[in-house]
Design a protein around this ligand. Structure first.
Ligand SMILES: [Zn+2]
Length: 249
């Protein structure tokens, strides 16, 4: 049992009507739900979800904070939408019929009568309108460049921090070099100063890696402050298996 939530939770759960037959028209579950947490959307999930809604919202709330396994949320177009920090919220997306899970973690949470496998990646059933993300990962922001370059100066290899490191235009702006991921690298201040408004060749400096666009993994690192390797592996495995490309344009 991944989170060890099952047994303790069962004992602490508020008593409520079990709507095990919810799909067959037993409305007790709705009655229990409607008295609870306002975050719970009225009514139970659609029958397509295939899970009888037997957990009163208050009961699920008892579990909140006990585990923090994040879920990647894809739009209906299979493009990246956001990362849901709370497993409770991502599970609710599924139980409310708003999203379809396409990858699960092995961990489960249990109510008195139900076991729910925690979703790792879900796809929204409807398209959520978002601001155009086209430019988000095409811009050579310091964060994007440093993550791609592994926080190493691309000339001398020294370790960089966001505060002390700089961005360097390989072909300088003064020579009409573009402000793009394929022309910007992470650089320490001394190297940047030595190179000045020259190309690496002119300055007699050698680039360790050619600047390039971000990989999906690097994009994930850009949107997360921290990312557990297990989450990343699960997400990337799912994306690869299904041939999904995040931020395709
Ligand atoms: Zn350097």
């Amino acid at each position: 049992m991944g989170f060890g939530l099952g047994s303790g939770f069962g004992a602490n759960a508020p008593r409520h009507q079990d709507a095990a037959g919810a799909g067959a028209g037993d409305d007790n579950g709705d009655e229990a739900s409607s008295r609870g947490d306002p975050r719970t959307v009225a009514g139970r999930p659609t029958a397509r979800v295939g899970q009888p809604w037997t957990v009163a919202p208050a009961s699920l709330e008892c579990l909140q904070g006990a585990a923090v396994t994040r879920c990647m949320v894809l739009n209906a177009s299979y493009e990246y939408l956001n990362i849901e920090d709370s497993w409770f919220d991502s599970l609710m997306l599924v139980l409310e019929g708003k999203a379809i899970p396409i990858e699960h973690y092995p961990e489960v949470v249990r109510s008195q009568h139900c076991t729910f496998q925690l979703p790792a990646v879900v796809v929204m059933r409807y398209q959520v309108m978002v601001k155009k993300r086209t430019k988000l990962f095409q811009m050579p922001t310091k964060k994007a460049v440093f993550i791609r370059d592994n926080f190493e100066c691309q000339y001398c290899g020294s370790r960089l921090t966001m505060g002390a490191g700089t961005r360097d235009h390989v072909v300088p702006r003064a020579l009409k070099g573009p402000d793009s991921l394929t022309n910007v690298v992470a650089s320490c201040k001394p190297c940047n100063g030595r190179k000045a408004n020259r190309t690496p060749e002119q300055a007699g400096m050698v680039l360790r890696n050619r600047p390039r666009p971000l990989t999906d993994e690097e994009k994930i690192r850009c949107v997360l402050k921290t990312c557990r390797s297990k989450e990343r592996q699960t997400w990337l495995g799912c994306l690869k298996r299904l041939g999904i490309t995040l931020w395709s344009n």
